[in-house]
Write a protein that binds this ligand. Structure first.
Ligand SMILES: Nc1ncnc2c1ncn2[C@@H]1O[C@H](COP(=O)(O)OP(=O)(O)OP(=O)(O)O)[C@@H](O)[C@H]1O
Ligand SMILES: [Mg+2]
Length: 313
């Protein structure tokens, strides 16, 4: 079983609007409201693929209730700490005609020191009452929470014997990586943030990941590069998984889906090559559908079979 930590989840609303434009009335042809947030997406895909995942974090207000109800409706195990302020609303506008994706993400609630202390006590209870194979810290931090908490959370999970995973950006990524998690999953932009230089090719990504992995004492640097696939950089081996070609509907949460597939295969004891195939299958299958992590298991399997893995070292 894995635990995903999402401190700033959201109600995720996706509108499908053909020919979306400013200064005009836009009417969605489809509207989808789901529980959102990176760790929730990971838990969704993990659960869909037959694994056991528990989602935790902070939820508050009406939007918090919407998220809880949605998670229950989907059969995603969850155990959140309630906060006083309203959980945020994130809106995505997908325009299939212009092939654009527009996001409007609220900053979200300000969390108090008392609420964060309650969360840490809650995490402590979860870690002592379950035996999680992996604990993944996913996504951004809400206002009021110092980035150093990410390091504290990861260290606590490490002490409990779990493999730790970090998928974040900005200060949370920089602070969290200092805990030397087992695996860090930056996308191209996040890798650039860490490397402080542009990542213009797969080869540059490989060099950056190799150096950063050593610097931070991370076991696995897993860089996802959108349609260019992903790199698995570890001490003894390096792989490039090529993404299967698909008709892209929305690649939002393809990284979360990729991570879910990868962690599930690793938890089951699969080889790195097979784990990368399942991961690429989940990332691609997610890109083919609207919404974050709503990929179909049979499509994930089909895409996984199409994913090519090459060993680099
Ligand atoms: N257009 C695409 N076609 C096929 N596979 C894709 C495509 N985009 C993404 N993927 C798969 O999903 C993986 C993750 O994608 P990406 O690097 O865009 O993640 P991300 O930016 O972290 O996404 P998010 O944070 O929204 O979940 C890629 O490594 C790839 O395997
Ligand atoms: Mg990502």
């Amino acid at each position: 079983m894995i635990l995903t930590v999402t401190l700033n989840p959201c109600v995720d609303k996706t509108y499908l609007i053909e020919d979306f434009a400013v200064h005009k009335l836009n009417r969605p042809s489809q509207a989808l409201t789901v529980a959102g947030g990176k760790g929730l997406n990971v838990a969704r895909v993990y659960t869909r693929l037959g694994g056991q995942a528990l989602a935790t974090g902070l939820l508050g207000g009406y939007n918090g209730h919407i998220v809880q109800t949605a998670l229950a409706g989907e059969g995603i195990a969850h155990d959140f700490v309630e906060i006083s302020k309203e959980t945020r609303l994130c809106i995505k506008v997908v325009d299939p005609l212009r092939k654009t994706e527009t996001e409007i993400n609220e900053l979200g609630p300000t969390v108090s020191a008392t609420e964060m202390a309650r969360f840490m006590a809650h995490l402590e209870r979860l870690l002592t009452s379950h035996s999680f194979a992996m604990v993944a810290f996913c996504g951004s931090l809400p206002l009021g929470i110092e980035a150093s908490w990410v390091k504290t959370i990861l260290r606590r999970a490490q002490q409990a014997g779990a493999k730790t995973v970090l998928d974040s950006s900005g200060a949370a990524l920089r602070e969290g990586i200092a805990a030397s998690p087992w695996l860090v999953k930056p996308n191209r932009t996040e890798l650039e943030e860490l490397w402080e230089h542009p990542i213009s090719s797969v080869e540059t990504a490989r060099c950056a990941a190799t150096a950063l992995r050593e610097n931070y004492g991370v076991e696995v640097f897993l860089c996802t590069l959108g349609a260019e696939g992903a790199l698995w950089i570890a001490e003894k081996e390096a792989y490039h998984v090529h993404a299967p070609r698909v008709n892209v509907m929305s690649a939002v949460a393809s990284g979360d889906s990729f991570l879910a597939g990868l962690l599930l295969a690793i938890e089951k004891g699969d080889s790195v090559e097979n784990a990368l195939r399942l991961a690429a299958g989940a990332g691609a299958a997610n890109a083919e559908v609207l919404g974050a992590g709503f990929c179909e298991v049979d499509i994930v399997q089909k895409r996984a079979e199409q994913a090519q893995v090459s060993r680099l070292a």
